[in-house]
Structure formats: structure tokens, C-alpha cells
Design a binder for this molecule. Structure first.
Ligand SMILES: Nc1ncnc2c1ncn2[C@@H]1O[C@H](COP(=O)(O)OP(=O)(O)OP(=O)(O)O)[C@@H](O)[C@H]1O
Ligand SMILES: [Mg+2]
Length: 325
């Protein structure tokens, strides 16, 4: 059996790191993408997704770490690996004065593994698959952003691939286009390909992924099946109190990781504040209440809640509106 067939993971990294000067854009990342999975690579803007993807594809060199793609070392075995990988990475370069179909022809001709005899059919099929059939003869400079993005996707689909790496494939697409891409990813997975797809929006890919990896400030902060990510988010406590700082100290003291909140109530000037935190196996909810009361925290409300995947994602990434630097 060849190394490629034996590998359980379509993508595997160890200690993958990329520094730009002193800044680690990707920091000690251990990715494990099972074969046949649809792996959602999630993270807010600037968290290191594109940088990671560029290293996986040999488009950027790693500062440190190891990469295996389809069981082979990257970038050393790049020539063996790349023919089996279809990729869409930020802004594929197209000739503006050629049509969509002509651009794909050129790109396919440049791929020495792609048979010329089937080129016409493959170009037509790929364009149809991304919904560009009607625009195949239109020049690319007259394409909208969403159409260019679709053309980039079509390029990734020109040959049958074992692995598809799609960096934010819904960039620039309208809601209908986003739905179509979701559908497309599902059908690619049904054909047996492993799909590694990045997004900064959980909602966009939670419906199609079997696995997720969550990036935050260059680090992979969570990785596993979608169900695993959900189950770790099961139970949380929510404490309403005018003393959120004191409550934060008490919960931290119990080994929890509290997050303070402050919400305006419907009544003007009335602000509800407090903390939420995930429950660990070692702390029972009643112990949390007892510890708060003993410490003199004014508990006005206490409830057990199940957080949504979205909340879990925000909690992991600390995502606000600021781009992580
Ligand atoms: N060529 C470069 N030189 C210097 N810094 C860079 C370079 N490329 C990326 N960075 C920095 O690395 C970090 C990660 O960037 P990256 O593009 O990988 O993020 P991302 O997760 O893909 O974000 P987005 O969701 O916006 O696409 C950012 O802080 C970015 O400014
Ligand atoms: Mg990016």
C-alpha cells in the first residue's frame, strides 16, 4: 500500500508555524483532517486561515513544523500531491479579456496531468456545476465578484480530486450563491472527496461540515467533530449580578472560565449585568451558587443554559468586531 493510501488523514500538520517578523500568524497548529470529511476551518478575520492554507498548498513556506497532505510530505512531494488537490485560494488570477471558458482552458492546459481530449467537456461541466453555464463566453472583466468567485471554484473542479481546499468560497456571493456553494460542497463530499473549507462565519458551514477546526489569533483552539464541539458546550451557568467583577473572581477560583456580560434591558437606563461560564465536570451548579453567596456576590438570577454552537464559537475565538492583530 502506498503512503497516500495508508494515510487516515487527508491533511495533517504538526507544530505548523508561520511568523511575519515577530508576529506569529500561525502558531503551533496541529491539524488532523480525516479522509472523507467536510472539514470547516473557522476563525475570525486575521486568525491565520489563509496563511495556513497557503502553507498546505506549498504557496508559502512554513517557519516551523511539518505538513502531510494525502499522506505525503509537503512541500517536498508537491509534484505528487498537487495533481490530486483542487484549490480555491483568495483571488485566483484570471485574464480579464478572455472569457470564463477560455480562462479555464488556459489553466487546464497548464496542468500537465489533465488530459486534453476531455478538456472541452470538463470545462463545460465545471462551469455548469458552479452555475456559470450561461456566462461561459462572457469576458471575465465583465464578471461580478461573485461570478469570479464561482469561476475560481470551477477551476478547482476541473479534474476529479481527492482533496479540495476552498478558502472562503462564499466570498462575494449573495445568499442564493451561498446556498449553491453549500450544495456544491455536499455533492463533492458525496463523490468521495475530502473538502477543507474555510470561513469566518460558523452559520455558513455548520450545515455542511462533519468536522471543524477553530482558529483564534493564529492558534487552533478547538478541533473535532461538529458533535464534539456541541457537546463541550452543553451546560453553562448564567449569573445575573450587579457585581460581575467579584463573580468573575469566584468562578475563576472554581476553575471555570467566566465571561462578563452587560445587556440593556427594555427599560431605559436599566442594565442587566453578570457572568456566564461553562460548567466543568468537577463543579456542580449548587456549588457555584454557594461559592458566590459565601463571597458576598449579590446573586439576582441564576440559570443553567445550553449554549448554541454560535455562542461556543464566539467564546472560543473571543470574536468581537475587532480584527485580531
Ligand atoms: N504577507 C504577510 N505579511 C505580513 N503579515 C501577514 C502576511 N499575510 C498575513 N499576515 C498577517 O497574518 C495574520 C493572519 O492572516 P490571514 O490572512 O491568514 O488571516 P485569515 O484568517 O485568512 O483572515 P480573513 O478571514 O480576513 O481572510 C494577520 O494578522 C495578517 O495581517
Ligand atoms: Mg483569509
Amino acid at each position: 500500500m502506498t503512503a497516500a493510501l495508508a494515510a487516515a488523514f487527508a491533511v495533517e500538520t504538526r507544530g505548523l508555524t508561520k511568523r511575519f517578523g515577530a508576529h506569529a500568524a500561525v502558531d503551533d497548529v496541529h491539524l488532523a483532517v480525516p479522509r472523507g470529511s467536510v472539514f470547516g476551518f473557522l476563525g475570525p478575520n486575521g486568525s491565520g486561515k489563509t496563511t495556513t492554507i497557503r502553507m498546505l498548498l506549498g504557496l508559502a513556506s512554513a517557519t516551523a513544523g511539518e505538513i502531510r497532505v494525502l499522506g505525503r510530505d509537503m512541500p517536498h512531494e508537491l509534484n505528487t500531491v498537487l495533481p490530486q488537490v483542487g484549490a480555491l485560494v483568495e483571488g485566483p488570477a484570471f485574464y480579464p479579456f478572455l472569457s470564463g471558458a477560455a480562462n479555464l482552458h488556459r489553466l487546464d492546459t497548464a496542468n500537465r496531468y489533465a488530459p486534453g481530449s476531455t478538456r472541452n467537456t470538463r470545462v463545460r461541466d465545471a462551469l455548469a456545476r458552479v452555475g456559470l453555464g450561461h456566462a461561459e463566453h462572457k469576458k471575465v472583466h465583465a464578471y461580478s465578484l461573485g461570478m469570479k468567485q464561482r469561476l475560481g471554484l470551477a477551476n478547482a473542479l476541473l479534474s476529479p480530486r481527492e482533496l479540495l481546499v476552498l478558502d472562503e468560497p462564499t466570498n462575494g456571493l449573495d445568499p442564493q450563491g451561498t446556498r449553491e456553494v453549500r450544495h456544491l460542497v455536499r455533492s463533492l463530499a458525496a463523490d468521495g472527496a475530502t473538502v477543507f473549507v474555510s470561513s469566518h462565519l460558523l452559520s455558513e458551514i455548520e450545515q455542511i461540515c462533519t468536522h471543524v477546526g477553530v482558529m483564534s489569533a493564529g492558534r487552533l483552539v478547538s478541533q473535532g467533530t461538529l458533535d464534539e464541539l456541541r457537546s463541550t458546550s452543553d451546560r453553562r451557568v448564567r449569573v445575573v449580578t450587579p457585581d460581575p467583577e467579584a463573580a468573575t473572581r469566584v468562578l475563576s477560583g472554581l476553575g471555570m472560565q467566566p465571561v462578563a456580560f452587560s445587556e440593556s434591558d427594555l427599560r431605559p437606563g436599566d442594565v442587566e449585568s453578570g457572568v456566564t461560564a461553562g460548567l466543568t465536570d468537577s463543579v456542580a451548579p449548587e456549588e457555584v451558587v454557594a461559592a458566590l453567596v459565601t463571597a458576598g456576590v449579590r446573586v439576582r438570577g441564576f440559570e443553567l443554559v445550553s449554549s448554541t454552537l454560535e455562542e461556543r464559537f464566539v467564546e472560543l475565538t473571543g470574536e468581537g468586531f475587532d480584527v485580531v492583530q
